[in-house]
Design a protein around this ligand. Structure first.
Ligand code: NAD
Ligand code: UGA
Length: 456
């Protein structure tokens, strides 16, 4: 079956970039990205320099295809009805209440959009799970679509998880290591799988498009993120031991990674991994393991998150010890995004570090090239989770968000580098160090030879 119209529900970090690339590579397909959030849709339709998602190379792609075969709209029902294939790319955060709170994925947005697909569809649809989901979600979605959809309308459900990383999304989408399509082994299932394979085959070599059953595909996504995060926690745990023994963690990482069986990628030590997915997906995996009474397996994966918290606390502790020793109450935080080249700060290590320092009454001067004051304050509000509390409002008065590195460094003797932005590597740190100030490098990117410079 040849696809001519695609609808994608969710115009976020996944929906926006992935659909822009599909539109670019498949000029014969009309792609419409829909969202409940009108401001977001307006921003996608607005100035190219102010798109809601910052990704190197994204605005150039959007410029080429927007209003040609790529459209952004709030007309969700209409777009569903006129499309043969519907991608679901809504957010699936960790549940905050009810059974599984703090661990399981919250499927309320996903279920709401499944219900909307059921109601708005007047012809057969291929529904593609693009969001990251617990294994066997497709079963639940099928139930909803069959129960709430019109009698004559048939739905095929595919799993097609997304593996892009923020900051490199466009190059990841152009040259994916693999594309995974999970579907039923029935005849109609196979036809649906082939339709989606044909879409990707416009630019992805066939041998990189893997077709599996739905459950493998759903689990492969959670497992891939868990394996990646596990490598970071492994190297971060060893940074604590290196610190005690005099080993150099960067040399250690290089030595380990040169074993071709291990490989060098994802062994870069850090102040802790962030981003909207690693923690939530591992917790989801842990929840699934416990659900199936696999407690030892659950404990194994949970420790990846525990090491990540340990690393953030270890870093905060070091900074606090130094600041108390030199009686300095001001601390500069350089970097709020969870990695460079993104405007996303979800679960950024900076939030936890700032939280730890604020609790010790430190005054913070924060700078990030892509993240503005409102976002920083919103993140801290959520972290404290006590928005209206007096204590927090008092502590919030100690947060200053600056427009330049210089401004952020002006009033403090301690700088913490928490995101690996090129601006920080290129900055001339000589004067700052010459004034007997201190740098805590949470990314090991500055490599300075000074007793006042602290690596991980
Ligand atoms: P996001 O929060 O950036 O975007 C989700 C969008 O869905 C939001 O704009 C929201 O308004 C919209 N939405 C929610 N419910 C809706 C509804 N009922 N109808 C219409 N729109 C609705 O999230 P994201 O980062 O793009 O992640 C989406 C999914 O993809 C998640 O499951 C995530 O785990 C997964 N994922 C994310 C990344 C990443 O790098 N961010 C990578 C791979 C997979
Ligand atoms: C990650 C995965 O890499 C993607 O494949 C996946 O699609 C995505 O999650 C998702 O499901 O959301 P992302 O979180 O965007 O992508 O970015 P990563 O490059 O994986 O970085 C995550 C965090 O780990 C960042 O804070 C980064 O600084 C940190 N990191 C990464 C390290 O500390 N060390 C490393 O060696 C690599």
């Amino acid at each position: 079956m040849k696809i001519k119209n695609i609808c994608c529900i969710g115009a976020g970090y996944v929906g926006g970039p992935t659909m822009a690339i599909i539109a670019l590579k498949c000029p014969d397909i009309k792609v419409t990205v829909v969202d409940l959030d009108k401001d977001k849709i307006d921003a996608w339709n607005g100035e190219l320099d102010k798109l809601p998602v910052f990704e190197p190379g994204l605005k150039e792609v959007v410029e080429k295809v927007r209003n040609k075969n790529l459209f952004f709209s709030t007309e969700i029902d209409q777009s569903i009805d006129e499309s043969e294939m519907i991608f679901m790319a809504v957010n699936t955060p960790t549940k905050t209440e009810g059974e599984g709170a703090g661990m399981a994925a919250d499927l309320k947005y996903f279920i709401a959009s499944a219900k909307q697909i059921a109601k708005a569809s007047n012809s057969n649809k291929i529904v593609v799970e693009k969001s990251t989901l617990p294994v066997r979600t497709a079963e639940k979605i099928k139930e909803i679509l069959e129960k709430e959809g019109k009698n004559a309308v048939k739905f095929e459900i595919l799993s097609n998880p997304e593996f892009l990383a923020e900051g490199t999304a466009i190059q990841d989408l152009f040259k994916s290591d693999r594309v995974l399509v999970g579907g039923d082994k029935t005849n109609s299932g196979k036809i649906a799988v082939q339709s989606l394979v044909d879409v990707y085959a416009n630019w992805i070599p066939r041998n990189k498009i893997l077709t599996t059953n739905v459950w493998t595909s759903e689990l492969a996504k959670l497992a891939s993120n868990a394996m990646l995060a596990q490598r970071i926690s492994s190297i971060n745990s060893l940074s604590a031991l290196s610190d005690k023994t005099g080993a150099d963690i960067d040399e250690l990482s290089r030595a380990i990674g040169m074993d071709s069986r291990i490989g060098e990628k994802f062994l870069k030590v850090s102040v802790g991994f962030g981003g909207s997915c690693f923690k939530k997906d591992i917790l989801n995996l842990v929840y699934l393991c416990r659900y199936y009474n696999l407690d030892i397996v659950a404990d194994f994966w949970e420790s990846v998150v525990k090491i990540n918290d340990f690393q953030k606390n270890r870093f905060s502790e070091k900074v606090l010890i130094k600041s108390n020793k030199i009686d300095e109450q001001h601390i500069t935080i350089l970097g709020w995004a969870f990695k460079k080249n993104t405007n996303d700060s979800r679960e950024s290590a900076s939030i936890d570090i700032a939280f730890n320092l604020l609790l010790q009454n430190k005054k913070l001067f924060i700078f990030d090239p892509m993240i503005k004051k409102e976002r920083v304050i919103k993140d801290l509000n959520e972290r404290f989770n006590i928005e209206k509390s007096k204590e927090f409002n008092e502590l919030l008065k100690n947060v200053f968000v600056n427009d330049t590195i210089e401004e952020a460094l002006e009033k403090s003797r301690i700088a913490c580098v928490l995101t690996e932005w090129d601006e920080f590597t290129k900055y001339n740190w000589k004067n700052f160090l010459d004034d007997d100030n201190f740098i805590f490098d949470g990314r090991n990117i500055l490599n300075m030879d000074s007793p006042n410079y602290f690596k991980l």
